[in-house]
Design a protein around this ligand. Sequence first.
Ligand code: G1P
Length: 222
Amino acid sequence: MKAVILAAGFGTRMRPITHTGPKQLLPLANKPVIQYTVEKLRDASITELCLIVGYMKAPLMEFLGDGSGFGVEITYRDQLERKGLAHAVSIAKDWVGDDSFIVLLGDIIFNMPIKDMVGQHEASGAPCSVALFPVNDPEKFGVAEVDDGTILRVVEKPKEPKTNLAIAGIYFFSGPEVWDIIGKLKPSARGEYELTDTIEIFLKRKRPVNAVKLKGSWKDTG
Ligand code: G1P
């Protein structure tokens, strides 16, 4: 399994601190937030990483380098236009090749071991798994409706959320179908190619999407 980390965003919700640096380098307990994710991937024996970079990429690339200082191998790809999370993932298509892969947002922090999530994804046999975490303000996130470990529906930032289960920014994909779906996406109401819409299309095609309920804590650092 390979990993694609999305780290190109402007960090608008964290201004003014993101005027002078990328949000992925904001320190949490003396460590840049992205370092936790890189170390968690390494601990799960996922060592081939592709970072999608854009805004303030120089300090991020300087900090992580080729990954050898963290026990991983890092490749970088530029997202020149901010066209959404699914667009960012599509930039890694050639690098991912035929492998299964995990997609992680570069600004989240969580403590469930990634190995446990990979185990659940692989055991499900589904082409897609999505990590979920209960929150008090689901209208600020993608929100999932779930039945017995299977996702029934996902909606991006619903005005009236049906559940409190937020899409946590950790996704697993196996098989080529994800590339077909991303290639056919239309921009959402906010003008972006969304991973949430990608999941919804798996569901419309009657493909199973597995819910990984995160244990422990999780936060979108924004
Ligand atoms: C993104 C996703 C959303 C998810 C959130 C997690 O939102 O679109 O589904 O719940 O990350 O942090 P964004 O941060 O782009 O608004």
